[in-house]
Design a protein around this ligand. Structure first.
Ligand code: XMP
Length: 319
């Protein structure tokens, strides 16, 4: 009968068969998927694996430090911390179209991996934590017509010029199975339970043009929303929660002054696999308290809304 323990052994053997003595680089995003992929591959091939964590300037508050600390200190997996904030934010300057954002980010990720692969002698493979739903959603949508809803930057193969082959050990798994595999591999529960975070990061939670100022405002509001969810003990009931910063300023009043600041939207959904989702039914007390905190604590936001769209017809991310 089928167990995660057996799956783990099988997956490790498959990785060894595929890559042999070659060196592998693994793009680490800090999310559960790429972390589980990295730990699994490390079990299979040891230090022939090098992880590359790209800070594209689109991460959440404190995220880069958390990821680097966890991998360097707890796992002893060779890790390159690539600070590419200027590169990504520079190329995204003035870009507002969602697909152009996604494709730009995908292309830059490949450039950065390529640069690091060139420095590692014998590097022949790039590993990614691609899951089954990523594979399907990039091709068609819930049995509907074959249209691309969103270009996931981590699917679709690699440009030939990169000269690297793909290793995707999680390609047949759904999220709950990846979490079970992560537990089997001994990853800490606090890490396994983390909400998913998309490769393009805050870029797709900031509709319209991205600026460093907007990203800073978004980070602060997002951190408060997550803090509230944790304080109320709701984190584990929710599939994913985040704030999107809206590209619109509205008029408000604070003290006896007029404000003209950004509006934001809180988004929280329940889901089993990310393919369909329902908005989370927070109490009005929770919503009111959180909105008040965001407006009081974040300079630059004077209006908070809650997104009550399910998927379909919405998607989880705003872009
Ligand atoms: P959507 O917005 O398509 O999101 O309903 C479904 C799930 O996928 C995540 N997502 C991504 N993950 N690269 C990723 O690694 C991406 O380009 C990407 N786009 C969306 C999203 O956060 C949600 O969990």
């Amino acid at each position: 009968d089928w167990t995660m323990g057996a799956y783990r052994e099988e997956a490790i053997q498959k990785i060894r068969d595929q890559v042999g003595d070659a060196k592998v680089i693994c793009g680490l995003s800090g999310g559960v998927d790429s972390s589980v992929a990295a730990v699994l591959i490390h079990e299979a091939i040891g230090d022939n694996l090098t992880c590359v964590f790209v800070d594209h300037g689109l991460l959440r508050q404190g995220e880069a430090d958390e990821v680097v600390t966890m991998f360097r200190d707890h796992y002893n997996i060779p890790l390159i911390h690539a600070d590419e904030r200027d590169l990504f934010l520079g190329e995204l300057d003035g870009v507002s179209d969602p697909e152009v954002k996604r494709k730009t980010i995908g292309r830059l990720f490949i450039d950065v991996f390529q640069k690091h692969a060139n420095d590692i002698e014998g590097a022949a493979y790039l590993a990614q934590g691609t899951l089954y739903p990523d594979v399907i959603e990039s091709v068609s949508f819930s049995g509907g017509p074959s249209v691309t809803i969103k270009s996931h930057h981590n699917v679709g193969g690699l440009p030939e010029k990169m000269g690297l082959k793909l290793v995707e050990p999680l390609r047949e798994l759904f999220k709950d199975e990846v979490r079970a595999l992560g537990r089997e591999l001994g990853l800490p529960e606090s890490f396994i339970g983390r909400h998913p975070f998309p490769g393009p990061g805050l870029a797709i939670r900031c509709p319209g043009e991205i600026t460093p100022e907007k990203l800073e405002i978004l980070r602060k509001a997002d951190a408060i929303f997550i803090d509230q969810i944790r304080k109320h003990g709701l984190y584990d009931e929710i599939w994913q929660a985040f704030v999107a910063l809206l590209p619109v300023r509205t008029v408000g009043v604070m003290g006896d002054g007029r404000t003209y600041d950004y509006a934001c939207a809180m988004r929280a959904v329940t889901s089993v696999d990310g393919m369909t989702a329902d908005y989370y039914p927070f109490s009005h007390d929770f919503l009111g308290e959180t909105a008040t905190r965001i407006i009081n604590e974040v300079r630059g936001i004077n209006r908070v809304t809650y997104d009550v769209t399910s998927k379909p017809p919405g998607t989880i991310e705003w872009e």
